[in-house]
Design a protein around this ligand. Structure first.
Ligand code: HEC
Ligand code: HEC
Length: 359
């Protein structure tokens, strides 16, 4: 009798334990799901998925313009000595960068800063590390006469060169049908800009923001949470995960002490000469950041975990734990998107022909 009682009690106890266990598990799952959903909701408030392209009313996209811009992007013949194209420093194989600390232009002239990627670049409020270019169109146009990029003496020299290359006069006419003088530096900028405005790279993070919670693995979601909770998001936010404001690099201490930069770049101050603009830089977009080392405006830091630790220290006054860095890395990796096909492959350029225009 007693043994029978014991067994019944045992069964009951197990049964109750089982219920408690199942309820706890269910509660945890629901909690996790709710946490997951609230994380996604937060994410959607702070970021947004990539648009299909980056055209604006001011800078529309037309197929003829994009096709011309693509050719110009890959054509080295418009540089002073025929050695440098946009793709020299913004290489498809390197996700639109050159993997150098500082880029090398014609005659091995060194640029003052590191080359950011051209991918998704048109999303940003300004171009260049110190924001001294209004948009990708102006950026492209000024590259033509940049001392350490294309090195041409002036725009007139470029126009002569474009007209001397077979096919381009017609291409410009088709791309700018209402312009009586289609071959000009401004249109070079607009055509390349139209091409750049197509270079979007949808990533797992975009799928996540569109509602696919499984697009981000658990650790990447933890990383997103950390990115939001510790305050990275106060500067790196919006569709480009950055690229929408200027900020001081080194709020909690001189950046160069952490980056070991050899030259101290005063940032936006170089442009404005206003003392308050010292060490102010554009907050860069973090899209594809895992693919574009080295880091910072001078390429002084070679690995992403190191760059992340420095950000924690000098921008937030926080020593990040290994766990935080690993989670942040998982999140940053989820910002790597697919290379656009029109960028991954080069266009074929018409061979140079001197017969029509050369003496
Ligand atoms: C010699 C190397 C070199 C060449 C050639 C070159 N770039 Fe760059 N590019 C750079 C560097 C370096 C920067 C950063 C300059 C700065 O911030 O001071 C940059 C910046 C940019 C940016 C701004 C990105 C951002 O996030 O702010 C865009 C867009 C860009 N280049 C597109 C082009 C295009 C289009 C061409 C061809 C017309 C071109 N580049 C030619 C090296 C180069
Ligand atoms: C107060 C604003 C601010 C905060 C907060 C901030 N950043 Fe930055 N971040 C910047 C600025 C400005 C730069 C550009 C620095 C330079 O001049 O090289 C930058 C650069 C970076 C870079 C280098 C990108 C590249 O292409 O070289 C990474 C990576 C980065 N931030 C990640 C983070 C992470 C992760 C956090 C949070 C731990 C964070 N940032 C917090 C403003 C901020």
């Amino acid at each position: 009798m007693s043994s029978h009682q014991f067994t019944a009690k045992n069964v009951l106890t197990r049964w109750i334990r089982g219920i408690i266990w199942a309820t706890t598990l269910l509660a945890m799952t629901v909690q996790a799901q709710e946490a997951g959903q609230s994380l996604m909701a937060k994410g959607r408030q702070l970021f947004s998925p990539l648009p299909p392209d980056m055209a604006t009313e001011e800078f529309p996209i037309a197929p003829a313009r994009v096709a011309l811009g693509r050719k110009l992007f890959f054509d080295p013949r418009l540089s002073l000595d025929g050695t440098v194209s946009c793709a020299t420093c913004h290489r498809p194989a390197l996700y639109g960068t050159d993997a150098l600390a500082k880029s090398i232009g014609i005659e091995h002239r060194m640029n003052a800063r590191n080359a950011p990627t051209v991918l998704n670049a048109a999303l940003q409020f300004k171009a260049h590390w110190i924001g001294d270019r209004a948009n990708v169109e102006e950026q492209a146009m000024k590259s033509l006469v940049g001392h350490a990029s294309f090195g041409n003496p002036d725009f007139a020299a470029v126009v002569l060169k474009i007209n001397a290359l077979s096919g381009y006069a017609t291409d410009f006419k088709q791309a700018f049908p209402n312009d009586p003088e289609p071959v000009k530096a401004e249109n070079w900028g607009k055509a390349i800009g139209a091409y750049e405005r197509m270079l979007v790279t949808p990533s797992p993070f975009d799928s996540y923001l569109k509602g696919d919670v499984k697009a981000l693995a658990f650790q990447a979601q933890q990383g997103l949470k950390t990115f939001i909770d510790i305050g990275c998001v106060s500067c790196h936010n919006g569709v480009a995960v950055g690229g929408s404001m200027f900020q001081k690099f080194g709020i909690f201490g001189d950046y160069w002490k952490e980056t070991s930069s050899q030259l101290i770049d005063e940032g936006h101050f170089n442009e404005t000469k206003v003392p308050a603009d010292k060490y102010i830089f554009k907050v860069p977009s973090l899209r594809n950041v895992a693919m574009t080392p080295p880091y910072f405006h001078d390429g002084s830091v070679t690995t992403l975990p190191q760059a992340v630790r420095i950000m924690g220290k000098v921008q937030l006054g926080k020593e990040l734990t290994d766990q935080e860095v690993n989670d942040l890395m998982a999140f940053l990796n989820s910002l790597t998107g697919e290379l656009p096909r029109d960028f991954a492959t080069e266009p074929v350029l018409a061979p140079q022909s001197f017969s029509a225009t050369s003496p």
